[in-house]
Design a binder for this molecule. Structure first.
Ligand code: FE2
Length: 204
């Protein structure tokens, strides 16, 4: 058998709560190097100063890199822009592009506002509550905290209309192993229900 690249995806047989191995997991084990986590997430912004104020002064994420250019390296497009990065505690980043306009990025026209977001992890419920109060004190509207049973979260929008969550993990022992074991079945069941919803709508 071909040697597995260091750090590649490993399914441990006999993990408690593991679903039976699937063909999909066999492929993952032997051919795909590990993708370890978030490097950065990039989003457009309305105004670089406004975005810096929000992420650095309110959320406390330091600005650690800012590059400006007249040309987009990936596409060759000629346009001036700034691309700048704020660093999370684990070394990952949220990054923004500022172009020479003051347009707020338009939300997806066919997606409810609560769907698209990303969640920032913190160590405790107290931290979530501290950040909730800090956001409110800075005039940011906050939804929650919401206790999802395995995670405790607040939700809010940045000045660019990007929905953010600050969350802490609260799951009890074994909860994630059980969820993982059940996930493939849950997804199949959902796809069946969704097909039925769509059929019903088409028939009505
Ligand atoms: Fe979330």
């Amino acid at each position: 058998m071909e040697k597995r690249p260091p750090g590649s995806y490993v399914i441990r047989k006999g993990d408690p709560g593991r679903a039976p191995r699937t063909a999909r997991e066999d492929i993952l084990v032997d051919t795909i190097p590990a993708l370890n986590g978030l490097y950065h997430f990039a989003y457009p912004c309305r105004d670089a100063d406004e975005t810096r104020h929000f992420y650095e002064d309110i959320l406390g994420l330091p600005l650690v890199n800012c590059m400006t250019s007249e040309k987009v390296p990936s596409t060759g497009e000629e346009t001036p822009y700034a691309h700048f990065f704020f660093e999370f505690g684990d070394g990952s980043y949220v990054a923004f592009f500022d172009l020479p306009d003051y347009e707020k990025p338009a939300p997806s026209p066919n997606t409810p506002a609560w769907v698209q977001h990303f969640a920032i992890e913190t160590a405790s419920k107290e931290n979530v509550e501290f950040m909730r109060q800090r956001l409110i004190d800075n005039g940011v509207e906050v939804l929650g905290p919401v206790d999802h049973g395995f995670v405790y979260s607040i939700y809010f929008f940045d000045p660019n209309g990007l929905r953010l969550e600050i969350a802490t993990r609260t799951e009890g022992p074994g909860v994630l192993a059980k969820a993982r074991a059940e996930a493939p079945g849950q997804l199949e069941e959902w796809s069946r229900r969704k097909a039925a919803f769509i059929d019903e709508q088409a028939g009505s």
